[in-house]
Design a protein around this ligand. Structure first.
Ligand SMILES: Nc1ncnc2c1ncn2[C@@H]1O[C@H](COP(=O)(O)OP(=O)(O)OP(=O)(O)O)[C@@H](O)[C@H]1O
Ligand SMILES: [Mg+2]
Length: 221
C-alpha cells in the first residue's frame, strides 16, 4: 500500500513588508498507488512547489495532518525522515545538485552516499536518462537539461514508492521530455505513485489524474 493524505491543510507566508499571504486554506489532498500519476497544475506562485515539498516531507510548517499509510507523520521528525528515506524520490524545481561532484556521485546520493555498492545502480539510472557518457563529469559543467536529467536519475535510482517531481521536464526539448515521460511510465508500471507539478499541457495529459491549486484549495480538474 502507498497512500499519502493531507487533511485540513492551511499554510501561508509573511511577505517582506509583513503582509500575511495565505497559500492554502483548509484544503485536502489524497493519493494512492491506484492514482498512478497526478499532475499538479496552477498559476505561477499558486503553491505547487510548496505542496510538493509538504508531500515529500521536506516542509512541516503548516496546519493540518499529513498521513502516510494512515500514520500521522508531521510532528514526528524521525518518522518523517524515515518516510523520506524509505519511500520518496524528489526532483526539486532547482535540482539541488552538488555542482562540484560528478554526475555519478550526485546520483549515488539518492541511495544514501558514497558506497561502492551504489555505483552500479547509479550508473544504470544515468543510463536510463541517456547520460552514461557524463558519469564522471562535474555537474557544474553540464547543461541545464543534462543537470535536470541527473536530478531525475538521483530521484529514480532507488525506485521510490512515491516520486515527487517539480517541473521535471522544464529544461528539456520535446524528444528528451518524451524519453523522461516514458521512464516515468515504467516507474508507474512498477507501482510507484507519481506527483508531478507542471505547466506543460503535454506532461499533464500523460498523467492519470489532474488537480489544480486555485482559490487556496487543491481541487480536481
Ligand atoms: N519560504 C518562503 N517564504 C516566503 N514566501 C514563500 C516561501 N516559499 C514560497 N513562498 C511564496 O509562496 C508562493 C508560492 O510559491 P511556490 O514556489 O509554491 O509557487 P509555484 O506554484 O511552485 O510557482 P511556479 O509555477 O512559479 O514554480 C510564492 O508567492 C512564493 O513567493
Ligand atoms: Mg514551483
Amino acid at each position: 500500500m502507498t497512500r499519502i493524505e493531507l487533511r485540513g491543510l492551511s499554510k501561508g507566508f509573511r511577505e517582506a513588508n509583513g503582509t500575511p499571504h495565505t497559500l492554502f486554506q483548509n484544503t485536502n489532498f489524497e493519493a494512492d498507488e491506484n492514482d498512478a500519476s497526478i499532475a499538479v497544475l496552477g498559476r505561477s506562485g499558486s503553491g505547487k512547489s510548496t505542496l510538493l515539498k509538504i508531500l515529500a516531507g521536506l516542509d512541516t510548517h503548516y496546519m493540518g495532518e499529513f498521513r502516510f499509510n494512515e500514520e500521522i507523520l508531521q510532528h514526528k521528525e524521525s518518522r518523517m525522515a524515515a518516510f523520506r528515506k524509505a519511500n520518496v524520490g524528489v526532483i526539486t524545481q532547482r535540482y539541488d545538485l552538488l555542482p562540484e561532484r560528478t554526475a555519478l556521485q550526485n546520483v549515488m546520493l539518492g541511495l544514501g552516499g558514497n558506497k561502492n555498492a551504489f555505483r552500479d545502480p547509479a550508473a544504470d539510472a544515468l543510463g536510463h536518462v541517456g547520460l552514461s557518457k557524463y558519469e564522471n563529469h562535474r555537474v557544474g559543467r553540464l547543461s541545464g537539461g543534462e543537470a535536470q536529467r541527473v536530478a531525475i536519475a538521483r530521484a529514480i535510482v532507488k525506485s521510490p514508492a512515491i516520486l515527487i517531481a517539480d517541473e521535471p521536464t522544464g529544461a528539456l526539448d520535446e524528444q528528451t521530455e518524451n524519453e523522461v515521460l516514458d521512464l516515468f511510465d515504467i516507474l508507474r508500471a512498477r507501482g510507484s505513485l507519481l506527483v508531478i507539478a507542471t505547466h506543460s499541457e503535454r506532461v499533464a495529459q500523460r498523467c492519470a489524474r489532474q488537480v489544480v491549486i486555485t482559490g487556496k484549495k487543491v481541487v480536481g480538474v
